[in-house]
Design a binder for this molecule. Structure first.
Ligand code: IMP
Length: 191
């Protein structure tokens, strides 16, 4: 059952101006992606690779929607500085534990906007010589893209707006909302 945002999450949902995607809409799309991935990767024993923390709920739901044998591993990154982040430079603070050489790797992202971070991480993964490397992102903000990347699976195209919920945060808040929404301007101003 879809929780009523304002009654179930009064302290958080009150900061939202609009709900863009309901829990049902997200779950339905994630299920479709899982079915498609199960067909495309049948017999390939793929490994899903996620970058913490925004991808947490998406990868957990996606894994459960995949019906073939599948593995999962995580990386974690930190920005050196705001300037470095603008160039897509990030510091790896947790590397993969499972070797990915000759494996079919599906890189799972929460949101791709400029594509700079993703591009940097894909380059890092390619050095391990996987059998294949594709990307599955829940959200894509195409308008902001600076690098042309092939995204094999896209959950939803989003407008150029800052969204929170379903793993996505603003100052570490709102990740636990099961739906996705826009923050009120006065809340965002404190960004
Ligand atoms: P990119 O390198 O510009 O593609 O950065 C993508 C990263 O920025 C994502 O993995 C998120 O961590 C973060 N991000 C981008 N847009 C949003 C948003 O609307 N809400 C929360 N985080 C976002």
């Amino acid at each position: 059952m879809n929780p009523s945002p304002n009654t179930e999450y009064p302290e958080l949902a009150g900061d939202l101006s609009e709900i863009l995607l309901t829990t049902e809409q997200i779950q339905e799309r994630v299920h479709e992606l899982g079915q498609q991935i199960s067909l495309d990767y049948a017999g390939k024993n793929p490994i899903l690779v996620g970058v913490l923390k925004g991808v947490l709920f998406f990868i957990a739901d996606l894994l459960r929607a995949i019906t073939i044998p599948v593995e999962v591993d995580f990386m974690a990154v930190a920005s050196y500085s705001a300037e470095a982040r603008d160039k897509g430079l990030v510091r790896l603070v947790k590397d993969l534990e499972v070797p990915i050489t000759d494996r079919h790797v599906l890189f799972v992202e929460d949101v791709v906007d400029t594509g700079l971070t993703l591009n940097y991480l894909l380059q890092t993964l390619r050095m391990h010589k996987p059998a294949s490397l594709e990307v599955c992102t829940l959200f894509s903000k195409h308008k902001l893209r600076l690098i042309d990347l092939k995204l094999k699976y896209i959950g939803f195209e989003l407008p150029d707006r800052f969204v929170v919920g379903y793993g996505l945060d603003h100052r570490e808040r709102y990740r636990n909302l099961p739906f996705v929404g826009l923050l009120k301007p006065q809340v965002l101003r404190n960004k």
